[in-house]
Design a protein around this ligand. Structure first.
Ligand SMILES: CC(C)(COP(=O)(O)OP(=O)(O)OC[C@H]1O[C@@H](n2cnc3c(N)ncnc32)[C@H](O)[C@@H]1OP(=O)(O)O)[C@@H](O)C(=O)NCCC(=O)NCCS
Length: 169
């Protein structure tokens, strides 16, 4: 008989392989995602996408989002569509959950543009700053260089100030 290790243990160290010198052995950066999509090859985790399901406030309008967190694929498995599959799977689930927008922070937008994401500009954003697993302050800043969204309905991203109602994923 062959025992399969619990998946939690097999996830440890995965993010360090994808993002060297960032996670320091943790399975999250600022906060645990609400859930994750994991891509497997045989029994090995080769890709992940974390999801933060929440409402945010844009100039008084409350919208439901899936925040996409730390999309990554192990170097040896890149450029074969694994990240694209993870994005597609998350989008299908978001549509079923009646989410208004997919939202993520990224400076390189290549894969996201190919999946229909657009930059928000300006993106004056307020969020809870978390440092070293402690809430430290509220920050307000234009995140136009990072803020990417995809509408899942006919509705466009509303104009105005964005209140993340929590930490910035
Ligand atoms: C970005 C990443 C997840 C793509 O995974 P993948 O499984 O190779 O993606 P796919 O095969 O579905 O698509 C490949 C496309 O992603 C795009 N891409 C490559 N690196 C990228 C990056 N760092 N950021 C955004 N898009 C990227 C390219 O357009 C590429 O297409 P090409 O091969 O024609 O040039 C992977 O390169 C990775 O883990 N990088 C390190 C972690 C990272 O930067 N994550 C993004 C955080 S916002």
């Amino acid at each position: 008989m062959r025992l399969i290790k619990p998946r939690r243990l097999r996830f440890r160290g995965f993010l360090d392989e994808c993002f060297p010198d960032t996670f320091d052995g943790r399975s999250y950066f600022k906060q645990l995602p609400h859930f994750r999509y994991l891509a497997y090859q045989d029994e090995k985790i080769v890709g992940q996408l974390g999801i933060d399901h929440r409402v945010i406030n844009i100039e008084g309008k409350i919208v439901r989002i899936f925040g996409l967190i730390d999309l990554c694929v192990l170097p040896a498995y890149r450029r074969s569509g694994i990240a694209s599959n993870l994005l597609h799977t998350a989008e299908m689930q978001a549509r079923r959950a009646q989410v208004d927008f997919l939202v993520l922070m990224g400076d390189n937008d290549t894969i996201y543009k190919a999946h229909g994401f657009n930059r928000v500009s300006p993106a004056m954003t307020k969020w809870l700053a978390v440092e070293n697993v402690e809430s430290v302050s509220i920050i307000e800043r234009d995140l136009a260089d990072f803020f990417l969204v995809k509408s899942l309905s006919a509705e466009e991203w509303p104009k105005g100030k964005i209140d993340m109602l929590g930490y910035l994923f």
